[in-house]
Design a protein around this ligand. Structure first.
Ligand code: FAD
Length: 321
């Protein structure tokens, strides 16, 4: 059932990472249940893979089962869209255009899958995934017999880049992957409203163009490495210095890209990895980078920003080790 020794670099937007001991792409819930039961019987840790757009996978790979839920459902029900966790955000957006359903345009250019976006409550341009969620269906694999759980929006406990699927994930608290997640997201119901097809397409294209102009998409990358800094956590004496750069995300934040740039770290490289001069919160794979190269730059950025401002940066990306 499982494939052995699958190189994870090809499943990572970073093109970085060693092999998975076992790999399985699940097309149905029954497939997921079978895979989980087999992994449990062999006491293998499990990692759920989405689009691999937010992961720093170690050079040693992952010594358990990498499970990729490829649930591809996509179905409009009035102003709602029922969508599988494995569907790419870009596919969902294209579908919303064909159905003239509006409200999710802010996600134009957001890479990855529906499952990944829900778990991390991905957001951009003032929008967050939670704004569109009516219901999330997941599979609780912590019990002896995996069971389906349905939650409404409030029950998902969405927060800034956070949700119950992350809070309750024992592998997430340390930033590392341990025994595996408690729940695997299966599908969701997105709430939309009737709109104008042309206007929806134009709004999505505008976001994609904005990203192309400002993000180093010409290199393999995993988006912003660090979370933006909540203004409430910034010492008062620095507020006037940051006045011009503060933005809403969705609450006032100091952009980490600015802090890295002010710390003089733009363009610094280590091995094959480089702090992007175009967007310094991106560390790009400039030339055959290893995970270790990226980790060295993460360390350098954290200490540089701490030294200059006394601000402790927190990673947004997820370590797979
Ligand atoms: C160029 C670029 C731009 C980006 N811009 C943004 C942005 O504007 N805003 C933003 O928030 N993020 C951004 N990101 C980060 C990333 O795209 C998002 O976090 C995305 O939602 C991750 O989805 P994924 O499917 O790739 O998840 P992965 O990277 O594969 O996994 C991320 C986490 O989600 C978990 N996961 C994945 N699928 C499931 C599932 N079905 N059930 C349970 N857990 C699951 C994984 O176990 C992992 O813990 C950007 C990334 C890139 C490369």
């Amino acid at each position: 059932m499982f494939e052995n020794k699958i190189e994870l670099a090809k499943y990572s937007n970073y093109k970085i990472g060693g092999a998975a001991r076992y790999f399985f792409a699940a097309k149905t819930v029954e497939d997921i249940v079978c895979a989980v039961e087999k992994a449990r019987a062999e006491k293998l840790p499990i990692f759920t893979l989405g689009g691999g757009t937010n992961l720093l996978i170690s050079d040693a790979g992952f010594g358990g089962l990498v499970l990729k839920p490829e649930i591809g459902l996509l179905k409009a029900e009035g102003n709602l869209i029922r969508v599988g966790a494995g569907v790419q955000i870009s596919e969902l957006l294209n579908y919303s255009i064909t159905k003239s359903l509006s409200g999710f345009e802010w996600a134009g250019g957001l890479p990855g899958t529906v499952g990944g976006a829900i778990r991390g409550n991905a957001g951009a341009f003032g929008g967050e995934t939670k704004d569109n969620i009516n219901e999330v269906v997941s599979l609780d694999i912590s019990a002896k017999i995996p069971k389906i759980v349905k939650r409404n929006n409030a029950e998902c406990k969405f927060g800034y880049r956070n949700s119950i699927f992350k809070i309750d994930d024992p592998s997430a608290s340390s930033g590392q992957v341990g025994l595996g997640p408690k729940e695997i997201i299966i599908e969701a119901v997105f709430k939309m409203k009737k709109g104008d097809k042309k206007a929806i397409r134009a709004a999505i294209e505008e976001k994609i163009a904005y990203r192309k102009a400002r993000q180093p998409l010409e290199y393999p990358n995993i988006g912003s490495i660090f979370k933006n800094v909540d203004l409430r956590l910034v010492p008062k004496k620095l507020h006037s210095e940051f006045k011009e750069v503060i933005k809403k995300d969705p609450f006032p934040v100091v952009p980490t890209a600015y802090l890295i740039s002010q710390a003089g770290l733009k363009g610094v490289s280590f091995g094959g990895a480089m702090i992007s001069p175009k967007h310094p919160n991106f560390i790009v794979n400039a030339l055959g980078a290893k995970a270790e190269d990226v980790k060295q730059l993460i360390k350098l950025v954290k200490s540089g920003v701490d030294k200059k401002y006394g601000i402790k940066l927190e990673e947004e990306v997820i370590y797979v080790e």
